[in-house]
Design a protein around this ligand. Structure first.
Ligand SMILES: [Zn+2]
Length: 85
């Protein structure tokens, strides 16, 4: 089960289904397109908390593939902006 979630997240990222919407204060806003639906994902900086609108996240209260995909994007973005040694 766990692997499937990560695989899906990687797939979402590779197929460019994740859009970075922008930053407001210390929160980051993303949009993830999965199937016919789109899910707004928010990262709240001060609490370091991820939020997603999907059933999996809301009902199970666990990190979903959408949040994972956003994490992958964020990590990549941060690595890109790192100064080269
Ligand atoms: Zn989700």
């Amino acid at each position: 089960m766990k692997f499937k979630k990560y695989d899906k997240a990687r797939m979402l990222k590779e197929k460019e289904r994740v859009e970075f919407e922008g930053q407001m204060g210390s929160s980051l806003y993303f949009k993830v397109f999965s199937g016919d639906a789109e899910y707004p994902v928010v990262f709240r900086g001060p609490q370091k908390q991820w939020l997603c609108d999907c059933q999996y996240f809301v009902i199970k209260g666990k990190t979903c593939s959408h949040v994972l995909a956003c994490k992958l994007i964020l990590k990549e973005t941060l690595e890109k902006t790192k100064p080269s040694p």
